[in-house]
Write a protein that binds this ligand. Structure first.
Ligand code: P6P
Length: 333
């Protein structure tokens, strides 16, 4: 079978009028940066890139060396590209402007350069999450306010997952498509057209050690799953928790399920655990494009009007029937 690469896929999307030339080139730059990040991740101890960087990020979390490396790769790759007006990264407190002597484009890029990096030192799957918005200032310099657009305004979203294989999962608003890195050719090959989240599932993902902190609707929902056949659901469920959102969401996109990081007493003060702009929004766009649902437990994630660059939100996403059940339990509470 003729192998289609990411480049060919994006050119076809451009010919179909779904992406501009600039957006196509931006996504190519991001994909190349993810390949470079994947090379560093896969070297591990051989490249002296494991362990702590000795610094904290804007979230106050200790940075891994690879967090810093991945962030630098994405910033540098995208500065000279000429497609962006500015960037925002989980690892950088403020908006990262394009250097004045570089050409600017009409898009805003947000990313979590290495999601799940606490798994790096134990050699478990991590990923890069990215989201693209239009710059509302046209050719003008964007401010933090320029990024404060609801997730429904995203023109593209995706992630790279550095697992047994390296894959790029992408949507430009017409379905979700997966590409697998051919390491010999160095190109992403189109391997899964139109990923879809099965409506029903028997698998859930949540950090169960937080159970005592959950709100009543979540405690009720999880208790019913754990009762299995004997309980009101009448069937047994399975649980998975990788603690890399990219890995858990990729499983949901691949075989269904529900992924939850709900509001709880531990993270209530920050508004949630996961970040809206470069975790929840891109994953919500992918899940909805794949026929699933993504809410905070109370409202659709893509409808949220952001107020801060590093804003956190609760996340309940995956198989539509399960997400709707969780929302119903919140409304009944
Ligand atoms: P916990 C990783 O740090 C992350 O941001 C997500 O990738 C992941 O789903 C979550 O946090 C894991 O959180 O509390 O289980 O360590």
């Amino acid at each position: 079978m003729r192998r289609v690469t990411l480049t060919q896929f994006l050119i076809e999307q451009q010919r179909a009028g779904r992406v501009s030339a600039d957006l196509r080139l931006l996504l190519e730059v991001v994909a190349r940066a993810c390949k470079a990040i994947g090379v560093n991740v896969s070297k591990g101890a051989l490249a002296g890139v494991l362990g702590e960087a000795g610094t904290d990020n804007v979230q106050g979390e200790a940075q891994k060396k690879l967090d810093v490396i991945a962030n630098e790769i994405l910033l540098q790759a995208n500065e000279w590209g000429g497609h962006l007006a500015a960037m925002a990264s989980e690892e950088v407190e403020t908006v990262h402007q394009i250097p004045f002597d570089f050409p600017k484009g009409g898009y805003l890029l947000m990313f979590d350069p290495l999601d799940g990096s606490s798994n790096i030192d134990i050699n478990v799957t991590v990923g890069t999450i990215f989201s693209v918005l239009r710059n509302p200032e046209g050719e003008g310099d964007p401010t933090e306010e320029s990024f404060m657009q609801p997730g429904s305004e995203q023109v593209a979203a995706g992630y790279a997952i550095y697992g047994p294989s390296t894959q790029l999962v992408l949507t430009v608003g017409k379905g979700v498509h997966a590409f697998t890195l051919d390491r010999e050719m160095g190109s992403f090959v189109y391997t899964t057209p139109y990923m879809t989240v099965p409506e029903e599932t028997r698998e859930y993902a949540i950090n169960a050690s937080n159970a005592r902190h959950w709100e009543a609707p979540v405690q009720r929902y999880i208790a019913e799953l754990q009762e299995g056949k004997a309980g009101p659901r009448g069937v047994d469920f399975n649980m998975r928790w990788v603690a890399s959102m990219v890995a858990d969401v990729h499983r949901v996109l691949t075989r269904g399920g529900i992924f939850m990081y709900p509001l709880d007493e531990k993270c209530r003060a920050q508004g949630g655990k996961l970040r809206l702009m470069y975790e929840a929004n891109p994953m919500a766009m992918l899940i909805e494009q794949a026929g699933g649902a993504a809410t905070t437990g109370r409202e659709r994630i893509l409808d949220i009007k952001p107020s801060k660059l590093h804003q956190r939100v609760p996340v309940v996403l995956g198989s539509k029937s399960e997400v709707e059940r969780v929302t119903a339990y919140h409304l009944e509470a």
